[in-house]
Structure formats: C-alpha cells, structure tokens
Design a protein around this ligand. Structure first.
Ligand code: URA
Length: 434
C-alpha cells in the first residue's frame, strides 16, 4: 500500500477503506510517513470530507495507536469532559475541581492550544512547576487520592492524535467535523473514563460556525462514545463571543480562580453548571440537573472547589500558593486599553479574531516548535449588548512586545462592531444531546 495512492483517492472524493485508514494512522505514528504527506491527506479530507464509517474507523485507529488506559483501579464512575475548542474557554480549570469537590472522580486527558483556541495544558502550565506528564500509576493514584488528575498525551496514549493535532494546528486543517470528532473521541476512549461529557461550541469563535454543524458534530461524537460502551452526552453552547472576559493562559487561570471564589462571569458560570450537572448525573451523584446545580453551587460557596484546585495543582507539581495569590502567576510587562472609536452598543464580536489577537501577542503557536508566552492576552471590558461611550476601553491588552501589541490592537478594533441599537439577546445554551 502507498501513501500517495491514499492521498489521491481522498483528493478525488473516494471513501477510504479500514485498511487504508489504519495504514496511514500506524505509519504516521511510527514516523514512517512524513508530515508533508499527512498534511496533504488532512487537506484532502478537509475538502472531500469523510463518511460516518470512515470517521468511526479513524477514531478507533487513533485510539488504538497507543495503550488503552484501564481505570478499574479507581473507585466510582470516572468522568471525563472535553471541549471542541473556544476562545476564553477556561472551563476545565473551574469545572473539574467543582465536580471533584462534589465527589465524582475526574480522570481527564487534555490538549494544548489549537488554531485560534487555547488548550487546557498550556493554561495549567501557568502554575509554576505544574506538569501533565504523569505516568499511568500517578494518574490513577491522584484520582484516587484527591479525586482529580489531568494528563497530557504521552507517547503511549493516542499518540496518533498527538501528532495529527499538532500538524492540523499549523496547516489550517482543524475545522473539519470528522477530524475533530476522531481527535476528541480517540483521546477520550484511550483515556478510559466510564462517562464522557462533551462541550460543543458553535459560532464565530468555534470550529463549527453553524449551529447545525455543531449539532451534527455533537451527535456524531455521542454515537461514537455510545458504540464504544461509554455513557456520553453533549452540551452545545454559544461561542459568538469569548467565554467570560479573559483570553490568554494565565489571565484565564485568574478568571477560573475568581469563579471558584464566587465571582465568575454569568455565561461562564452557566456553562460550568450545565456541563457539571451532566457530569454529576453521569457519576451517580445527582438524580437530575436541579439537584446537581445545587451541589455545584454549594462547593463554590464553602470554598471546597477552590481548595480542590489547590490540591490538584500541588499533586501535579505546581505551586498551589498561586491559587490563593494570583500575583504569583506570569504577568505581562505592558497593559494597555483599546478604546471605542464611537458611542453605541456592541452588536457583534468576531470571536475567532479575538483568539487571533491573543496568538499575535504570543499566547499561541505559529509553528509546531513555537514557545508560547503564558502571561499575554486580553481582558474584555465590553461584550455583546453592552453600551459603550467613545474613548471608553473595550478591552485591556496584556503584552510583552510593543510591536505585537500594535498589531493586536489594530486587529482587535476590526473584530468589534458597534451600532446605535441594542442587539437582540441570543440563547447561550443551545441544546443538550443525551
Ligand atoms: N479538541 C481536540 O482535542 N481536537 C480537535 O480537533 C478540536 C478540539
């Protein structure tokens, strides 16, 4: 079998066989097929798409490209969650300690930034010393001891996704339904949790811009999970503007910590409650959503979720003092406002462009080898529907480089539309697939 023929077949709109899919997944994982051929195949898949059968085969081939974790040594129903990627999406940072503080063991595998979106591992590395490079034994031990562990993909766990994820990130091949579904579900299946809750975003800051595509992606992933014997559900939410106010690694960590102290932005709290309810119900800790929401709010009120975050950070080598004193997190040298050029109401935000502003400031990767700057990013002052006066700050940009700051400011201003009338309110939670 030749990689050239597989690329050609997909380029011409053909359906790949199981043998062909397994051939390229295994060959790429072992380093026998080069990046440039797989990049070409990803682009062919991007344009020609994959059938449901191809997507399922790709998912299983990627999950089986390394070890499949066996978590039976952890007591209780282990729950994992995963987002399809958004801007300002710090959900795992607040949600996982909330759920663990309620008593559901969270065994989660996370990724790094992708395209214009950030990744949980990069964000967590804002805690000095923090690592997600855990052995399976440490992972299981931490979930048993403190109820939560987050690991990155090691060479042994879904290594095919690790390589494809990094490649897609820099070849403009992220936003394809089959590639997203297989990437997420291969990791989730390999990581061994009993229940999976998917956080599917739709809108200008999501990979699935159209609501119907987001629902189709959610349904496809839920089906893959169920076929593999995992209790899987999905919450579809709006990503037409950043989640909360902070975008950028350490800045998002601060917002997540504030949320655990009871000072969270309304949309972010709502999403944590919607996803958390699914996790508590799946974990058998609540019978229905209303009961779950009460439990989740209680662990914010009594500080146990915040303390759980500190215990989790400590267990993974991080400086837990930063949970209680965020001045210990990385800080940018320059903080400057971007001001509104007119009076009016914010009617629209090109949310992916806000993610790109954070990338320009240094918060994301340009190439697979790029180092990211954990301190930079932006904090919005105005979101959709807010009134603004000419000269008032729309956001504060946090930068370590004046040239990048100037570029990001210019791009930021183009991302905001300000009009004279109040825009219509949009539904934030669009639906749940159970
Ligand atoms: N998250 C992932 O893990 N993979 C994707 O392709 C998109 C979001």
């Amino acid at each position: 079998m030749r990689m050239y023929d597989i690329i050609m077949k997909k380029r011409n709109g053909g359906e790949l066989s199981e043998e062909e899919i397994r051939f390229f997944v295994q060959g790429y994982t072992k380093g026998e097929i080069p990046d440039y051929q797989v990049s070409a195949l990803m682009m062919a898949i991007y344009f020609q798409k994959m059938t449901e059968a191809e997507t399922c085969t790709l998912t299983m081939a990627m999950a089986e490209s390394g070890d499949l974790l066996e978590l039976s040594a952890i007591k209780g129903v282990k729950v994992d969650k995963h987002s399809t990627g958004g801007v300002g999406d710090k959900t795992s940072l607040a949600l996982t300690p909330m759920v663990a503080a309620c008593g559901v063991p969270v065994a989660k595998m996370s990724g790094r930034g992708l395209g214009h979106t950030g990744g949980t591992i990069d964000k967590l590395e804002s805690f000095p010393g923090f690592t997600t490079a855990l052995t399976t034994e440490q992972f299981i031990h931490n979930v048993n001891e403190i109820g939560i562990a987050i690991m990155g993909q090691t060479a042994d766990l879904a290594p095919a996704d690790k390589k494809l994820y990094a490649l897609r990130d820099v070849t403009a091949t992220v936003d394809n339904m089959s590639l997203i579904a297989s990437s997420i579900m291969s990791k989730k299946l390999a990581a061994g949790a009993d229940a999976i809750v998917l956080d599917v975003k739709t809108g200008s800051g999501a990979f699935m811009k159209a609501e119907e595509d987001a629902f189709a992606l959610a349904k496809e992933m839920v089906k893959i999970g169920k076929n593999a014997g995992r209790n899987t559900s999905a919450v579809i939410s709006d990503m037409n503007q950043p989640l909360g106010y902070a975008v950028g690694n350490a800045l998002e960590v601060i917002e997540a910590i504030e949320t655990l102290k009871g000072n969270g932005p309304a949309d972010f709290v709502e999403l944590c409650l919607a996803l958390g309810s699914r996790m508590l119900v799946a974990g058998g800790l609540a019978k229905e959503d209303a009961e779950a929401r009460e439990k989740l709010l209680a662990v914010i009120k009594d500080n146990s979720a915040l303390d759980k975050l500190a215990a989790f950070v400590r267990a993974q080598g991080g400086d837990e003092r930063a949970v209680y004193d965020t001045s210990l997190l990385p800080k940018a040298s320059v903080v400057e406002p971007v001001v509104s050029p007119v009076d009016g109401y914010v009617s629209h935000i090109a949310c992916d462009e806000i993610g790109v502003c954070s990338l320009i400031l240094g918060g994301g990767r340009e190439t697979k080898e790029s180092e990211i700057d954990l301190a930079v990013g932006l904090v919005l002052e105005k979101k959709v529907g807010d009134a603004v006066k000419k000269g008032e700050p729309l956001a504060y940009l946090h930068a370590n480089d004046r040239e990048k700051l100037a570029q990001a400011k210019e791009r930021f201003l183009k991302a905001y539309a300000i009009e004279s009338t109040v825009p219509e309110e949009r539904l934030f939670i669009k639906g749940v697939i159970r």
